[in-house]
Design a protein around this ligand. Structure first.
Ligand SMILES: O=C(O)[C@H](O)[C@@H](O)[C@H](O)[C@H](O)COP(=O)(O)O
Length: 321
């Protein structure tokens, strides 16, 4: 549906035409402010999202029981009242994409990060999703992995296995962990070779635009410094444009040795969700989604999906927007 006036009529169903800040303030003082500086599209309005903000477009509504998803170009942005509400929405988003790709391609390739993302996927292992999803179609990968044994507390595989994979019937052969017997360099090469085989078998799609593998869904977290995967601000790896998978031995976030997908692979994805919660992320969120136009891009600012990029924020991560 078109925005702004139509969108506002959904927020204020008693009035059919609202398109200026003054009208909004007049009608509903609790909605703190509204400024629309470019056209946008609102794709849905549901319960429990707090507000939405997008570059070139600012929309602030202090409603605790409304979810407004704003789409600008290929980017969606939602700010949720709490991480709990975000987790509900993330489960539906993921389940819907799993169904779409399982039907269209006969496979669903999903890429996980480490960190708090895994906890935010917890609703997928609960009804209705745990029994409604066709888990046999899932192929699971990691956008980055720490070079440690799979049973090490730092392992992203272990984190995902304990919190998610062990609770759903994904085929063990469809879970692609790194070879933890290898060095960082060896593990990166080995993982890239594994991806190449899966591309040949068409389990993983290929981007016609870039020639890089095209994953169906990439679920990314972001560090307080704005890093994604193991691509850190100011590190030369952010510019790698040949390899699919590379390695780092001096990660500023411990442990130091990791492998990571490169930006050409990340940005060839059909769908990307950036899932960001907590006050510790507020500064980076402000830099990435606020008005800062500096040329010095954080890795999170370099993320773009071939299909659609969706930001899932809780309100703790978004007070500065
Ligand atoms: O292995 C890793 O360290 C992660 O994959 C990393 O990229 C993570 O996603 C972010 O650091 C966010 O982590 P939090 O959500 O825990 O802050």
């Amino acid at each position: 549906m078109a925005c702004p006036s139509r969108a506002l009529s959904y927020l204020f169903p008693t009035r059919s035409k609202l398109n200026t800040r003054s009208q909004l303030t007049l009608l509903k003082p609790s909605y703190s402010s509204l400024r629309l500086s470019s056209p946008c599209v609102i794709s849905s309005l549901r319960s429990s999202c707090l507000c939405v903000i997008c570059k070139g477009l600012e929309f602030r509504a202090k409603a605790s029981m409304a979810e407004v998803k704003i789409q600008k170009g290929k980017t969606n942005l939602s700010v949720f009242d709490s991480e709990e509400v975000l987790a509900v929405s993330l489960a539906k988003y993921t389940a819907d994409l799993a169904e779409k790709f399982s039907t269209e391609r006969g496979a669903f390739t999903v890429v996980l990060s480490g960190g708090s993302l895994i906890k935010s996927l917890r609703k997928l292992v609960e009804p209705p999703y745990v029994s409604s999803i066709d888990w046999s179609k899932w192929h699971v990968f990691w956008v980055d992995e720490r070079v440690v044994p799979k049973d090490h507390p730092d392992s992203n595989y272990k984190l995902a296995y304990d919190g998610f994979l062990s609770k759903v019937p994904i085929l063990p052969g469809n879970v692609y962990a790194i070879n933890d017997a290898l060095s960082a360099e060896g593990a990166a090469d080995d993982y890239e070779t594994c991806l190449k085989h899966l591309v040949q078998r068409k389990v993983i799609d290929t981007s016609e635009a870039s020639g890089f593998p095209k994953f169906d869904l990439m679920l990314l977290g972001m560090g307080p410094d704005g890093h994604v995967a193991s691509l850190f601000p100011g590190h030369p790896l952010v510019h790698e444009n040949q390899k699919w998978v590379t390695f780092i031995k001096d990660s500023p976030k411990p442990p130091p040795e990791r492998i990571t997908f490169t930006f050409p692979v990340i940005n060839s994805s059909a769908y990307i969700a950036l899932v960001i919660c907590g006050t510790g992320k507020a500064d980076a969120v402000q830099k990435v989604l606020g008005k800062d136009q500096s040329l010095d891009l954080l890795p999170a600012e370099m993320v773009s999906a071939e299909g659609e990029l969706t930001w899932f924020l809780d309100k703790a991560a978004a007070p500065k927007l």
